[in-house]
Design a protein around this ligand. Structure first.
Ligand SMILES: NC(=O)c1ccc[n+]([C@@H]2O[C@H](COP(=O)([O-])OP(=O)(O)OC[C@H]3O[C@@H](n4cnc5c(N)ncnc54)[C@H](O)[C@@H]3O)[C@@H](O)[C@H]2O)c1
Length: 245
């Protein structure tokens, strides 16, 4: 038996590196997956268990439409992965511009809030569910760039713990995942190779993760294998936080 047989999952930001790998891994493990993003996946998903749904996580209306659709077609939602995220200007706090700040807050923080507000009532009613919020090592530690990114990822870490406390009595679990450097466009295209190599040099394994290595951590949190975990932060960072310098 597969680990997510018959489960209904939503994965946001699923046209990107980590989200796509997560949607595909969940489908391989037997889930029906609503793979959502503001941009179409390219190439499209090959697995018929994955349904693409165009969806801006910063829009409350878009969340309502997604939840209505998933409940109408599948009857329930078992797993929510709030994965969509952006870096914005990645400027330090002294140079950050308000427009970029507001957009990063809207996508990285308001997005997971709206997602949980839309989905958790259904999970609580059914007394089962797993929510995974994608934070970052920059939710735990800091470097000298990415003020808004740090602010949102730290807030997501703490919002996760709050939601876990609220929903624990209803057997709904809420955890965060904290990736280190992952081989996806924000790192491979947007981040300077110098910054990447400094971070990798400060990690125990000294290499980037592949997106599927994050997807497997999400699979663990989504499945019953992690049944006694809630409010926790799963660090998947090649030992960056352990080494610390
Ligand atoms: N790549 C890394 O090294 C790394 C490290 C730590 C944390 N993360 C986090 O992992 C998550 C996924 O990142 P990734 O590396 O796969 O990036 P990515 O850019 O490959 O994927 C992110 C996806 O989110 C989508 N998106 C952006 N704004 C959206 C919106 N408003 N609504 C819906 N979708 C939207 C994008 O279109 C994109 O497909 C993000 O939350 C990111 O902050 C990534």
């Amino acid at each position: 038996m597969s680990r997510l047989d018959g489960k209904i999952a939503i994965v946001t930001g699923a046209s990107g590196g980590i989200g796509r790998a997560t949607a595909e891994t969940f489908a391989e493990e037997g889930a029906i997956v609503y793979a959502t993003d503001v941009t179409e996946p390219s190439p499209g998903f090959a697995d018929a268990r994955i349904r693409f749904f165009k969806h801006d996580v910063a829009s409350a209306e878009a969340w309502d439409q997604l939840v209505v659709e998933a409940i109408a077609r599948c009857g329930r939602i078992d797993i929510l992965v709030n994965n969509a995220g952006i870096g914005g200007s990645m400027a330090p706090v002294t140079d950050e511009n308000l427009e970029s700040w507001d957009r990063v807050i809207a996508v990285n923080l308001t997005g997971p809030f709206l997602g949980m507000r839309a989905v958790l009532p259904h999970m609580r009613e059914r007394k089962t569910g797993s929510v995974i919020n994608v934070s970052s090592i920059w939710g735990n530690a800091a470097v000298a760039f990415g003020a808004a990114y740090h602010a949102t990822k730290g807030a997501v870490r703490q919002l996760t713990k709050h939601a876990a406390v609220v929903c624990g009595p209803d057997n709904v679990r809420v955890n965060s995942v904290h990736p280190g450097v992952v081989a996806t466009p924000p790192v491979l295209v947007a981040q300077s190779p110098e910054a990447t190599s400094v971070i990798l040099g400060a990690s125990a394994l000294g290499r980037m993760a592949q997106p599927v290595e994050l997807a497997r951590a999400m699979l663990f949190l989504a499945s019953d294998d992690s049944g006694f975990m809630t409010g926790s932060e799963l660090v998947v960072d090649g030992g960056y936080l352990a080494k610390g310098s």
